[in-house]
Design a protein around this ligand. Sequence first.
Ligand code: DUC
Ligand code: ZN
Ligand code: ZN
Length: 479
Amino acid sequence: MQTFDTVIRNARVVTAADIFTSDIGIRDGRIVALGLDLEAGAREIDAAGRHVTPGGVDSHVHFDQPTGDGSIMADDFLSGTTSAACGGTTTVIPFACQQKGHTLREAIDDYHRRADRKPVIDYAFHLIVTDPTPEILRDELPALIAEGYTSFKIYMTYDALKLSDREMLDTLSVARSEGAMVMIHAENADCIAWLTERLLAAGHTAPRYHATSRPMLVEREATHRAIAFAELVDVPILIVHVSGREAVEQIRWAQSHGLKVYGETCPQYLFLTADSLGCDDSFEGAKCICSPPPRDKANQQVIWDGLENGAFEVFSSDHAPFRYDGPDGKKAHGEAVSFDQIANGIPGVETRMALLWSEGVRTGRITPQSFVALTATNAAKLYGLYPRKGSIAIGADADLVIWDESRTFHLENAKLHHNVDYTPYEGMHLSAWPALTMSRGDVVWDGEKPCGDAGRGEFLPCARPDPAKPRRRKTELPL
Ligand code: DUC
Ligand code: ZN
Ligand code: ZN
Protein backbone atom coordinates (compact mmCIF):
# COMPACT_ATOMS: atom_id res chain seq x y z
CA MET A 1 0.00 0.00 0.00
CA GLN A 2 1.27 3.45 -0.87
CA THR A 3 1.77 5.87 1.98
CA PHE A 4 0.25 8.81 0.18
CA ASP A 5 -2.79 9.18 -2.06
CA THR A 6 -1.25 12.37 -3.41
CA VAL A 7 2.07 14.11 -3.11
CA ILE A 8 2.40 17.74 -4.13
CA ARG A 9 6.07 18.23 -4.98
CA ASN A 10 8.24 21.28 -4.60
CA ALA A 11 5.64 23.59 -3.10
CA ARG A 12 6.48 27.04 -1.79
CA VAL A 13 4.21 26.52 1.21
CA VAL A 14 2.73 29.65 2.80
CA THR A 15 1.08 29.65 6.21
CA ALA A 16 0.01 32.58 8.37
CA ALA A 17 3.45 32.37 10.01
CA ASP A 18 5.96 30.93 7.52
CA ILE A 19 7.07 30.34 3.97
CA PHE A 20 9.10 27.22 3.25
CA THR A 21 9.78 24.78 0.44
CA SER A 22 8.27 21.36 1.00
CA ASP A 23 6.49 18.40 -0.49
CA ILE A 24 2.98 17.82 0.86
CA GLY A 25 1.88 14.25 1.52
CA ILE A 26 -1.88 13.66 1.53
CA ARG A 27 -3.81 10.61 2.69
CA ASP A 28 -7.57 10.22 3.20
CA GLY A 29 -8.12 13.89 2.50
CA ARG A 30 -5.70 15.11 5.14
CA ILE A 31 -2.17 16.44 5.15
CA VAL A 32 -0.07 13.71 6.74
CA ALA A 33 3.48 14.76 5.85
CA LEU A 34 5.46 17.89 5.11
CA GLY A 35 9.09 17.47 4.13
CA LEU A 36 11.60 17.15 1.35
CA ASP A 37 11.85 14.07 -0.89
CA LEU A 38 8.70 12.36 0.36
CA GLU A 39 8.20 8.90 -1.12
CA ALA A 40 6.05 8.52 -4.22
CA GLY A 41 2.30 8.96 -3.95
CA ALA A 42 -0.39 7.24 -5.99
CA ARG A 43 -0.82 10.62 -7.66
CA GLU A 44 1.95 13.16 -8.10
CA ILE A 45 1.38 16.88 -8.63
CA ASP A 46 4.33 19.13 -9.42
CA ALA A 47 3.92 22.56 -7.85
CA ALA A 48 7.19 23.56 -9.56
CA GLY A 49 8.16 26.03 -6.86
CA ARG A 50 4.90 27.93 -7.02
CA HIS A 51 3.23 29.33 -3.93
CA VAL A 52 0.82 26.94 -2.24
CA THR A 53 -1.59 28.45 0.29
CA PRO A 54 -4.38 27.01 2.39
CA GLY A 55 -7.70 26.97 0.56
CA GLY A 56 -9.64 30.12 1.35
CA VAL A 57 -12.19 30.27 4.11
CA ASP A 58 -14.82 32.75 2.94
CA SER A 59 -16.68 33.47 6.14
CA HIS A 60 -19.22 35.88 4.70
CA VAL A 61 -21.29 34.66 1.76
CA HIS A 62 -24.99 34.60 0.99
CA PHE A 63 -26.29 31.65 -1.03
CA ASP A 64 -29.94 30.96 -1.78
CA GLN A 65 -31.04 33.36 0.94
CA PRO A 66 -34.64 34.55 0.60
CA THR A 67 -34.77 38.33 0.45
CA GLY A 68 -38.46 39.09 0.98
CA ASP A 69 -38.32 42.02 -1.47
CA GLY A 70 -39.14 40.22 -4.71
CA SER A 71 -35.54 39.59 -5.72
CA ILE A 72 -33.96 36.15 -5.77
CA MET A 73 -30.32 35.35 -5.14
CA ALA A 74 -28.69 34.02 -8.27
CA ASP A 75 -26.42 31.50 -6.59
CA ASP A 76 -27.52 28.39 -4.79
CA PHE A 77 -25.22 26.03 -2.92
CA LEU A 78 -24.06 24.39 -6.16
CA SER A 79 -23.21 27.43 -8.28
CA GLY A 80 -21.99 29.40 -5.26
CA THR A 81 -19.62 26.73 -4.02
CA THR A 82 -18.45 25.91 -7.56
CA SER A 83 -17.60 29.55 -8.09
CA ALA A 84 -15.84 29.65 -4.73
CA ALA A 85 -13.72 26.58 -5.60
CA CYS A 86 -12.67 28.03 -8.96
CA GLY A 87 -11.39 31.09 -7.12
CA GLY A 88 -9.40 29.15 -4.52
CA THR A 89 -11.91 28.99 -1.67
CA THR A 90 -12.48 25.61 -0.04
CA THR A 91 -14.71 26.49 2.90
CA VAL A 92 -17.67 28.85 2.93
CA ILE A 93 -19.82 30.05 5.79
CA PRO A 94 -23.16 31.26 4.44
CA PHE A 95 -26.00 32.53 6.60
CA ALA A 96 -29.14 30.80 7.81
CA CYS A 97 -31.49 33.71 8.31
CA GLN A 98 -34.29 33.59 10.86
CA GLN A 99 -37.58 35.02 9.56
CA LYS A 100 -39.30 37.22 12.13
CA GLY A 101 -42.04 35.19 13.82
CA HIS A 102 -40.20 31.95 13.12
CA THR A 103 -37.62 30.01 15.04
CA LEU A 104 -33.90 29.70 14.49
CA ARG A 105 -34.34 25.93 14.20
CA GLU A 106 -36.69 26.44 11.25
CA ALA A 107 -34.01 28.56 9.59
CA ILE A 108 -31.34 25.91 10.12
CA ASP A 109 -33.59 23.13 8.81
CA ASP A 110 -34.53 25.24 5.81
CA TYR A 111 -30.90 26.01 4.87
CA HIS A 112 -29.83 22.40 5.30
CA ARG A 113 -32.55 21.51 2.81
CA ARG A 114 -31.31 24.22 0.46
CA ALA A 115 -27.78 22.85 0.70
CA ASP A 116 -28.80 19.22 0.33
CA ARG A 117 -26.57 17.39 -2.21
CA LYS A 118 -25.29 20.63 -3.69
CA PRO A 119 -22.04 21.95 -2.19
CA VAL A 120 -18.79 21.03 -3.90
CA ILE A 121 -16.72 22.32 -0.97
CA ASP A 122 -17.17 22.21 2.79
CA TYR A 123 -19.49 24.61 4.55
CA ALA A 124 -20.76 25.74 7.93
CA PHE A 125 -23.57 28.11 8.83
CA HIS A 126 -23.81 31.40 10.69
CA LEU A 127 -27.23 32.18 12.05
CA ILE A 128 -28.87 35.56 11.53
CA VAL A 129 -30.88 36.40 14.63
CA THR A 130 -33.78 38.72 13.75
CA ASP A 131 -36.35 37.84 16.38
CA PRO A 132 -34.72 37.21 19.75
CA THR A 133 -37.74 36.28 21.85
CA PRO A 134 -37.08 35.31 25.48
CA GLU A 135 -37.72 31.63 24.65
CA ILE A 136 -35.38 31.66 21.68
CA LEU A 137 -32.63 33.30 23.72
CA ARG A 138 -33.14 31.01 26.69
CA ASP A 139 -33.52 27.66 24.91
CA GLU A 140 -33.00 27.59 21.21
CA LEU A 141 -29.94 29.71 20.65
CA PRO A 142 -27.89 27.94 23.36
CA ALA A 143 -28.97 24.54 21.97
CA LEU A 144 -27.93 25.50 18.43
CA ILE A 145 -24.61 26.88 19.62
CA ALA A 146 -23.99 23.55 21.38
CA GLU A 147 -24.77 21.74 18.10
CA GLY A 148 -22.11 23.63 16.14
CA TYR A 149 -23.78 26.86 15.01
CA THR A 150 -21.38 28.96 17.04
CA SER A 151 -21.64 32.32 15.32
CA PHE A 152 -24.47 34.62 14.44
CA LYS A 153 -25.00 37.94 12.75
CA ILE A 154 -27.16 40.74 14.01
CA TYR A 155 -28.28 43.74 12.01
CA MET A 156 -28.66 47.34 13.14
CA THR A 157 -30.48 48.27 9.93
CA TYR A 158 -33.16 46.88 7.53
CA ASP A 159 -36.69 46.72 8.95
CA ALA A 160 -37.01 42.98 8.39
CA LEU A 161 -33.74 42.19 10.15
CA LYS A 162 -32.74 44.86 12.63
CA LEU A 163 -32.67 44.51 16.41
CA SER A 164 -33.42 47.27 18.87
CA ASP A 165 -30.64 48.34 21.24
CA ARG A 166 -32.30 46.36 24.03
CA GLU A 167 -32.55 43.25 21.84
CA MET A 168 -28.90 43.63 20.92
CA LEU A 169 -27.91 43.66 24.58
CA ASP A 170 -30.00 40.56 25.32
CA THR A 171 -28.56 38.72 22.35
CA LEU A 172 -24.96 39.74 23.07
CA SER A 173 -25.45 38.47 26.58
CA VAL A 174 -26.31 34.98 25.30
CA ALA A 175 -23.24 35.04 23.07
CA ARG A 176 -21.17 35.78 26.15
CA SER A 177 -22.61 33.01 28.29
CA GLU A 178 -22.61 30.43 25.48
CA GLY A 179 -19.30 31.31 23.82
CA ALA A 180 -20.55 32.33 20.38
CA MET A 181 -19.01 34.84 17.97
CA VAL A 182 -21.27 37.79 17.09
CA MET A 183 -21.00 39.51 13.72
CA ILE A 184 -22.56 42.94 13.54
CA HIS A 185 -23.86 44.85 10.54
CA ALA A 186 -23.32 48.37 11.82
CA GLU A 187 -25.35 51.11 10.12
CA ASN A 188 -27.84 53.43 11.82
CA ALA A 189 -31.30 52.52 10.51
CA ASP A 190 -33.10 55.75 11.43
CA CYS A 191 -30.47 57.98 9.87
CA ILE A 192 -30.70 55.98 6.65
CA ALA A 193 -34.51 56.12 6.65
CA TRP A 194 -34.47 59.86 7.36
CA LEU A 195 -31.97 60.59 4.59
CA THR A 196 -33.74 58.29 2.14
CA GLU A 197 -37.05 60.04 2.70
CA ARG A 198 -35.48 63.42 1.95
CA LEU A 199 -33.56 62.20 -1.09
CA LEU A 200 -36.69 60.65 -2.58
CA ALA A 201 -38.74 63.79 -1.84
CA ALA A 202 -36.14 65.81 -3.75
CA GLY A 203 -36.39 63.41 -6.71
CA HIS A 204 -32.96 61.89 -6.10
CA THR A 205 -33.88 58.32 -6.89
CA ALA A 206 -31.04 57.00 -9.08
CA PRO A 207 -28.83 54.13 -7.87
CA ARG A 208 -25.97 56.46 -6.99
CA TYR A 209 -28.07 58.03 -4.21
CA HIS A 210 -27.84 54.73 -2.36
CA ALA A 211 -24.37 55.88 -1.33
CA THR A 212 -25.66 59.35 -0.37
CA SER A 213 -28.28 57.75 1.85
CA ARG A 214 -25.66 55.79 3.80
CA PRO A 215 -22.78 58.18 4.48
CA MET A 216 -19.85 57.07 6.58
CA LEU A 217 -21.18 58.69 9.73
CA VAL A 218 -24.13 56.27 9.87
CA GLU A 219 -21.60 53.45 9.86
CA ARG A 220 -19.38 55.23 12.38
CA GLU A 221 -22.25 55.85 14.80
CA ALA A 222 -23.52 52.28 14.67
CA THR A 223 -20.00 50.86 14.97
CA HIS A 224 -19.45 53.02 18.02
CA ARG A 225 -22.75 51.91 19.55
CA ALA A 226 -22.08 48.23 18.85
CA ILE A 227 -18.67 48.54 20.49
CA ALA A 228 -20.17 50.27 23.53
CA PHE A 229 -22.73 47.49 23.91
CA ALA A 230 -20.04 44.83 23.57
CA GLU A 231 -17.99 46.60 26.23
CA LEU A 232 -21.00 46.81 28.54
CA VAL A 233 -21.82 43.13 28.14
CA ASP A 234 -18.14 42.11 28.05
CA VAL A 235 -18.35 40.07 24.89
CA PRO A 236 -16.13 39.98 21.79
CA ILE A 237 -17.72 41.13 18.53
CA LEU A 238 -16.74 41.28 14.89
CA ILE A 239 -17.79 44.27 12.80
CA VAL A 240 -18.48 43.01 9.28
CA HIS A 241 -17.94 44.69 5.91
CA VAL A 242 -16.09 47.78 7.18
CA SER A 243 -15.95 50.39 4.43
CA GLY A 244 -13.57 53.14 5.50
CA ARG A 245 -11.75 55.41 7.90
CA GLU A 246 -14.40 56.36 10.43
CA ALA A 247 -15.39 52.78 11.22
CA VAL A 248 -11.74 51.69 11.27
CA GLU A 249 -11.04 54.42 13.81
CA GLN A 250 -13.78 53.10 16.08
CA ILE A 251 -12.40 49.57 15.84
CA ARG A 252 -8.87 50.78 16.50
CA TRP A 253 -10.09 52.78 19.50
CA ALA A 254 -11.73 49.66 20.94
CA GLN A 255 -8.68 47.49 20.30
CA SER A 256 -6.39 50.04 21.90
CA HIS A 257 -8.61 49.99 25.00
CA GLY A 258 -8.19 46.24 25.28
CA LEU A 259 -11.58 45.27 23.89
CA LYS A 260 -11.91 42.18 21.74
CA VAL A 261 -13.34 43.89 18.68
CA TYR A 262 -12.48 42.28 15.38
CA GLY A 263 -12.88 43.77 11.93
CA GLU A 264 -13.80 42.34 8.54
CA THR A 265 -13.48 44.06 5.20
CA CYS A 266 -14.21 43.03 1.63
CA PRO A 267 -12.91 43.57 -1.93
CA GLN A 268 -15.53 46.19 -2.77
CA TYR A 269 -13.93 48.59 -0.29
CA LEU A 270 -10.54 48.23 -1.98
CA PHE A 271 -11.53 48.30 -5.62
CA LEU A 272 -14.82 50.24 -5.92
CA THR A 273 -15.82 53.77 -4.98
CA ALA A 274 -19.16 55.57 -4.70
CA ASP A 275 -18.59 56.54 -8.34
CA SER A 276 -19.01 52.85 -9.22
CA LEU A 277 -22.71 53.45 -8.46
CA GLY A 278 -22.77 55.93 -11.33
CA CYS A 279 -21.92 59.55 -11.96
CA ASP A 280 -25.22 60.13 -13.73
CA ASP A 281 -28.71 58.78 -13.23
CA SER A 282 -28.31 55.60 -15.28
CA PHE A 283 -29.45 52.32 -13.79
CA GLU A 284 -26.13 50.59 -14.48
CA GLY A 285 -24.86 51.75 -11.07
CA ALA A 286 -27.28 49.26 -9.49
CA LYS A 287 -24.64 46.61 -10.16
CA CYS A 288 -22.53 48.06 -7.35
CA ILE A 289 -25.26 48.74 -4.79
CA CYS A 290 -24.18 47.13 -1.55
CA SER A 291 -24.19 48.14 2.09
CA PRO A 292 -22.26 49.85 3.44
CA PRO A 293 -21.54 51.44 0.07
CA PRO A 294 -18.02 51.78 -1.36
CA ARG A 295 -16.49 55.16 -0.44
CA ASP A 296 -13.61 56.97 -2.18
CA LYS A 297 -9.92 56.53 -3.02
CA ALA A 298 -8.73 57.90 0.32
CA ASN A 299 -10.89 55.37 2.14
CA GLN A 300 -9.63 52.57 -0.08
CA GLN A 301 -6.16 53.44 1.17
CA VAL A 302 -7.35 53.33 4.79
CA ILE A 303 -8.70 49.81 4.17
CA TRP A 304 -5.38 48.75 2.61
CA ASP A 305 -3.60 50.19 5.64
CA GLY A 306 -5.91 48.26 7.97
CA LEU A 307 -5.18 45.00 6.15
CA GLU A 308 -1.49 45.72 6.46
CA ASN A 309 -1.39 46.90 10.07
CA GLY A 310 -3.68 44.36 11.69
CA ALA A 311 -6.86 46.41 12.19
CA PHE A 312 -8.68 43.69 10.22
CA GLU A 313 -8.72 39.98 10.97
CA VAL A 314 -10.73 38.89 7.98
CA PHE A 315 -11.01 39.60 4.28
CA SER A 316 -14.25 38.03 3.07
CA SER A 317 -16.31 38.50 -0.07
CA ASP A 318 -19.80 39.33 1.25
CA HIS A 319 -20.93 37.54 -1.91
CA ALA A 320 -24.57 38.60 -2.29
CA PRO A 321 -25.43 37.58 -5.84
CA PHE A 322 -28.16 39.26 -7.88
CA ARG A 323 -28.36 39.23 -11.65
CA TYR A 324 -28.41 42.60 -13.39
CA ASP A 325 -30.79 41.64 -16.21
CA GLY A 326 -33.90 39.53 -15.90
CA PRO A 327 -36.91 39.59 -13.61
CA ASP A 328 -35.32 38.39 -10.35
CA GLY A 329 -32.27 40.48 -9.56
CA LYS A 330 -31.39 44.15 -9.62
CA LYS A 331 -34.31 44.80 -11.99
CA ALA A 332 -36.90 42.82 -10.02
CA HIS A 333 -39.03 45.98 -9.85
CA GLY A 334 -37.93 47.38 -13.21
CA GLU A 335 -35.49 50.19 -13.90
CA ALA A 336 -37.85 53.02 -12.98
CA VAL A 337 -37.47 52.44 -9.26
CA SER A 338 -35.77 54.38 -6.56
CA PHE A 339 -32.42 53.21 -5.16
CA ASP A 340 -34.03 51.90 -1.96
CA GLN A 341 -36.03 49.32 -3.97
CA ILE A 342 -32.95 47.71 -5.56
CA ALA A 343 -31.52 44.44 -4.23
CA ASN A 344 -28.51 45.05 -2.04
CA GLY A 345 -25.32 43.14 -2.71
CA ILE A 346 -22.63 42.29 -5.21
CA PRO A 347 -20.94 39.05 -6.27
CA GLY A 348 -17.33 38.25 -5.34
CA VAL A 349 -16.81 34.75 -3.97
CA GLU A 350 -14.68 33.71 -6.96
CA THR A 351 -12.60 36.87 -7.29
CA ARG A 352 -11.79 37.53 -3.60
CA MET A 353 -8.58 35.50 -3.32
CA ALA A 354 -7.02 36.46 -6.65
CA LEU A 355 -7.80 40.15 -6.17
CA LEU A 356 -5.94 40.17 -2.87
CA TRP A 357 -3.04 38.03 -4.05
CA SER A 358 -2.62 40.11 -7.21
CA GLU A 359 -3.17 43.60 -5.80
CA GLY A 360 -2.02 42.93 -2.24
CA VAL A 361 0.80 40.39 -2.31
CA ARG A 362 2.20 40.92 -5.80
CA THR A 363 2.32 44.68 -5.32
CA GLY A 364 4.11 44.28 -1.98
CA ARG A 365 1.32 45.82 0.09
CA ILE A 366 0.89 42.74 2.27
CA THR A 367 3.03 39.68 2.85
CA PRO A 368 2.03 36.24 1.62
CA GLN A 369 1.65 35.25 5.29
CA SER A 370 -0.77 38.12 5.92
CA PHE A 371 -2.71 37.04 2.85
CA VAL A 372 -3.11 33.57 4.35
CA ALA A 373 -4.11 34.96 7.74
CA LEU A 374 -6.69 37.30 6.17
CA THR A 375 -8.21 34.89 3.69
CA ALA A 376 -8.14 31.63 5.63
CA THR A 377 -6.47 31.18 9.02
CA ASN A 378 -8.10 33.96 11.00
CA ALA A 379 -11.59 33.14 9.79
CA ALA A 380 -11.06 29.48 10.69
CA LYS A 381 -10.04 30.57 14.19
CA LEU A 382 -12.79 33.14 14.64
CA TYR A 383 -15.48 30.65 13.71
CA GLY A 384 -14.25 27.48 15.36
CA LEU A 385 -12.91 25.59 12.33
CA TYR A 386 -9.21 25.74 13.16
CA PRO A 387 -6.93 23.75 12.90
CA ARG A 388 -8.91 21.48 10.58
CA LYS A 389 -9.35 24.42 8.21
CA GLY A 390 -7.24 27.45 7.42
CA SER A 391 -3.71 26.07 7.59
CA ILE A 392 -1.17 23.79 5.98
CA ALA A 393 -0.22 21.51 8.85
CA ILE A 394 -0.08 17.85 9.70
CA GLY A 395 -3.62 16.67 10.37
CA ALA A 396 -5.33 19.58 8.63
CA ASP A 397 -7.67 18.94 5.73
CA ALA A 398 -5.83 18.95 2.42
CA ASP A 399 -7.51 22.16 1.26
CA LEU A 400 -4.91 23.85 -0.91
CA VAL A 401 -4.38 26.34 -3.69
CA ILE A 402 -1.46 26.31 -6.13
CA TRP A 403 -1.02 29.81 -7.49
CA ASP A 404 -0.21 30.68 -11.09
CA GLU A 405 1.67 33.97 -11.13
CA SER A 406 3.25 33.47 -14.53
CA ARG A 407 0.82 35.47 -16.64
CA THR A 408 -1.81 38.16 -16.71
CA PHE A 409 -5.40 37.19 -16.04
CA HIS A 410 -7.96 39.38 -17.71
CA LEU A 411 -11.02 39.39 -15.50
CA GLU A 412 -14.20 38.88 -17.49
CA ASN A 413 -17.51 37.71 -16.19
CA ALA A 414 -17.66 35.10 -18.97
CA LYS A 415 -14.74 33.30 -17.29
CA LEU A 416 -16.41 33.10 -13.88
CA HIS A 417 -18.64 30.32 -12.58
CA HIS A 418 -21.21 32.13 -10.49
CA ASN A 419 -24.72 32.52 -11.82
CA VAL A 420 -24.52 36.31 -11.91
CA ASP A 421 -24.41 38.10 -15.26
CA TYR A 422 -21.73 40.61 -14.29
CA THR A 423 -18.70 41.14 -12.11
CA PRO A 424 -17.97 44.57 -10.62
CA TYR A 425 -14.32 43.92 -11.49
CA GLU A 426 -14.81 43.41 -15.25
CA GLY A 427 -11.71 44.33 -17.22
CA MET A 428 -9.19 44.26 -14.37
CA HIS A 429 -5.84 42.68 -15.14
CA LEU A 430 -4.69 40.38 -12.35
CA SER A 431 -1.23 38.95 -11.92
CA ALA A 432 -2.40 35.73 -10.22
CA TRP A 433 -5.12 33.11 -10.36
CA PRO A 434 -5.42 29.63 -8.82
CA ALA A 435 -3.82 27.02 -11.05
CA LEU A 436 -5.41 24.32 -8.91
CA THR A 437 -7.75 24.14 -5.95
CA MET A 438 -7.88 21.03 -3.79
CA SER A 439 -10.56 20.23 -1.22
CA ARG A 440 -9.84 17.35 1.20
CA GLY A 441 -7.41 15.92 -1.35
CA ASP A 442 -9.77 16.17 -4.35
CA VAL A 443 -9.03 18.57 -7.18
CA VAL A 444 -12.09 20.83 -7.46
CA TRP A 445 -10.56 23.32 -9.93
CA ASP A 446 -7.82 22.28 -12.34
CA GLY A 447 -7.05 25.72 -13.72
CA GLU A 448 -9.42 25.29 -16.64
CA LYS A 449 -12.63 23.85 -15.32
CA PRO A 450 -14.46 23.05 -12.10
CA CYS A 451 -14.18 19.37 -11.24
CA GLY A 452 -15.87 18.91 -7.87
CA ASP A 453 -18.97 16.73 -7.74
CA ALA A 454 -22.17 18.28 -6.42
CA GLY A 455 -22.77 17.18 -2.85
CA ARG A 456 -19.16 16.21 -2.07
CA GLY A 457 -18.89 19.18 0.29
CA GLU A 458 -19.41 18.32 3.95
CA PHE A 459 -21.25 20.27 6.59
CA LEU A 460 -18.87 21.43 9.33
CA PRO A 461 -20.19 21.87 12.86
CA CYS A 462 -18.13 24.64 14.46
CA ALA A 463 -16.46 24.58 17.86
CA ARG A 464 -16.92 27.46 20.26
CA PRO A 465 -14.20 29.83 19.05
CA ASP A 466 -11.41 30.89 21.39
CA PRO A 467 -11.55 34.50 20.14
CA ALA A 468 -15.19 34.63 21.37
CA LYS A 469 -14.14 34.19 24.99
CA PRO A 470 -14.99 37.26 27.09
CA ARG A 471 -12.25 39.20 28.87
CA ARG A 472 -13.83 38.55 32.28
CA ARG A 473 -12.35 41.65 33.86
CA LYS A 474 -13.46 42.34 37.41
CA THR A 475 -16.67 44.36 37.32
CA GLU A 476 -19.55 45.41 39.54
CA LEU A 477 -21.95 44.91 36.65
CA PRO A 478 -24.40 42.01 36.95
CA LEU A 479 -23.27 40.18 33.83
N1 DUC B 1 -25.29 43.11 4.30
C1 DUC B 1 -24.61 42.04 4.01
O1 DUC B 1 -23.96 41.50 4.86
N2 DUC B 1 -24.63 41.55 2.77
C2 DUC B 1 -25.35 42.10 1.71
C3 DUC B 1 -26.11 43.30 2.03
C4 DUC B 1 -25.99 43.76 3.42
O2 DUC B 1 -26.56 44.77 3.76
ZN1 ZN C 1 -24.44 43.08 6.40
ZN1 ZN D 1 -23.37 40.00 3.76
